[in-house]
Design a protein around this ligand. Structure first.
Ligand SMILES: [Zn+2]
Length: 352
């Protein structure tokens, strides 16, 4: 430890409490935040994984009875309890459900369970933890400068990455590739510092969401598994060790599961919790979703609503733009018998 860092440590407040009581609320404001590794240690900041952080913050919210998923309707007794159990158990999650079942919205809500700010080694490409860096640059920096290495505070929204899996997604996108400019600067190909990191290493210490996972080619799924489970990755034939710390959340459409693509079994086994989503189960939920998602179009002309809720209405019904969705739906339902097979159609149509 250097002399200057211990002097600085005296000026900063200690984090209240132990790991168990530590929450995002305990992070001090800008000016008083620790600025070096030494100050961070002196403040008592805990060394914990992303999943521990999520679990602890979820427990705190549950204790305070705060709504965790404020804009999610109709999942209170089905989807949300499974999702919460998965987070409490420290599992990676896979959400199975059809289009329009708020899967992506659910995942985005998980970001609010991260601490508001988290310390990272300043200038690191992969958000290295000040206590346990994984990249070559930061390991070298910590070895040479010790606890005087500077830290930054990363807001929670920067710790989330979302990728829609498509057949043209490459290993370079997700994991990384050799950066030719760094090689041209005189580094050897085998040098870890020549690597340009992809999306997943750059979301180290955060949440990675992969939408429509079965659409990812199996070759890429294997690379994903290697980096997440085996914790090392081959880039252009060179083995690099990256013990990443992150929560992986994937979505898949059950139809695609069997027809179009599949999830390779070692990767499938990584998802400890599987959550099935569904369309709204009650008329009240459907109406609430319609109201929530209703947007007034620009201008004040009349909208022509084609077809009713059950799809049996052939004529176009003029609807005033200021009429609440709830009344519009009631009016349509009153005019025709409800189609028992049409459950959930209105939610799908509303772009929920
Ligand atoms: Zn680093």
């Amino acid at each position: 430890m250097t002399g200057s860092s211990s002097a600085g440590a005296a000026a900063i407040p200690r984090f209240a409490g132990t790991l168990d009581s530590m929450s995002d609320a305990a992070i001090p404001d800008d000016a008083s935040r620790p600025a070096t590794v030494a100050q961070l240690r002196a403040s008592g900041y805990p060394n914990r994984s992303v999943k521990d952080e999520l679990r602890q913050n979820l427990l705190n919210r549950l204790e305070q009875r705060e709504p965790l998923f404020p804009s999610i309707v109709g999942f209170d007794d089905s989807v949300l309890p499974s999702l919460e159990r998965g987070v409490l158990a420290g599992h990676d999650l896979i959400l199975l459900g059809e289009r329009g079942q708020a899967k992506t919205r659910l995942i985005r809500h998980l970001v609010n369970l991260l601490d508001e700010f988290t310390p990272v080694i300043a200038g690191c490409e992969v958000n290295d933890h000040p206590y346990r860096p994984i990249c070559a640059r930061c390991r070298a920096l910590l070895a040479s400068d010790g606890d005087s290495v500077a830290i930054d505070w990363l807001p929670r929204d920067r710790r989330y990455a979302e990728k829609l899996a498509t057949p043209d997604t490459s290993v370079a996108d997700l994991v990384g590739d050799v950066d030719p400019i760094r090689v041209a600067e005189g580094r050897y190909l085998s040098d870890e510092l020549t690597i340009h990191y992809g999306l997943i290493p750059r979301t180290h210490r955060g949440i990675v969401a992969i939408n429509e996972l079965p659409d990812l080619p199996e070759r890429i799924q294997v690379a994903l598994f290697n980096i997440l489970e085996e914790r090392d990755v081959q880039i252009r034939g060179y083995q690099i060790r990256l013990p990443l710390d992150l929560l992986l959340v994937a979505t898949a459409n059950p139809e695609d599961y069997t027809h179009r693509g599949r999830i390779v079994s070692p990767l499938k086994d990584r998802f400890g919790t599987q959550v099935r989503t569904h369309y709204p189960e009650t008329l009240g939920d459907e109406i609430a979703i319609m109201d929530q998602e209703a947007r007034s179009p620009a201008g004040d002309g009349q909208i022509l609503h084609e077809g009713g809720c059950g799809g049996a209405d052939r004529g176009a019904t003029p609807i005033a733009p200021d009429q609440p969705a709830q009344r519009r739906l009631r009016a349509l339902l009153d005019r025709q018998p409800r189609d028992p097979e049409g459950r959930g159609r209105s939610a799908r149509r509303s772009g929920w």
